[in-house]
Unconditional design. Structure first.
Length: 180
């Protein structure tokens, strides 16, 4: 909490993992910005932590700056050592993530996930257990078996099939319920 100033914070904390090992696995940055704006407008006490390594620092800052909600969204990209990542992820209410290592850390520490797949197959690299806690939004590869995802010439990528509206809806469903 000290890294982002969330000590004593009582509202939900959602993580975003916008980076991935390859660009074709990444949901577009602008969509993470739009999702953050919608979630922050819906839940007044929500905070968002953007996760990633040093190579994703510019991406994390672009998302945090693009949301224009200082004090409510924080980029931890490049500010968290890998050894600290399980503790950070375990503090989240849930993680919105591409197909990347943070997804698997979240599964290991029991943090619910909302993972986004199009270029890769969730059956081979997605969550295998606790399907009620680990929600997958998957779209088929538009180019089918001919997919050359590592060298894909298509712009936009197949990840653009995943809409902000559907990720927002699933995110709202994953938010902790307040007691009446």
């Amino acid at each position: 909490d000290a890294m982002w100033g969330g000590a004593g914070h009582r509202g939900p904390v959602v993580g975003f993992q916008p980076g991935a090992s390859r660009p074709y696995k990444m949901w577009p940055r602008e969509r993470f910005v739009d999702l953050a704006r919608r979630l922050l407008a819906t839940v007044p006490d929500l905070h968002i932590l953007v996760l990633g390594d040093k190579s994703e620092a510019a991406l994390g800052e672009a998302i945090a700056d693009g949301v224009e909600a200082p004090g409510r969204i924080f980029s931890l990209c490049g500010k968290t050592r890998i050894a600290e990542l399980p503790a950070v992820i375990s503090s989240l209410d849930f993680l919105v993530t591409n197909d990347t290592g943070s997804l698997h850390i979240a599964i290991a520490v029991g943090t619910p996930t909302l993972s986004l797949f199009a270029a890769t197959d969730p059956c081979s690299s997605g969550p295998y257990q606790d399907q009620d806690r680990h929600i997958v939004i998957a779209k088929p590869k538009p180019c089918g078996a001919a997919c050359v995802h590592k060298k894909c010439p298509l712009k936009p990528s197949c990840m653009t099939q995943i809409t902000v509206a559907e990720v927002y809806q699933r995110s709202v469903e994953m938010l902790p319920r307040k007691d009446p």
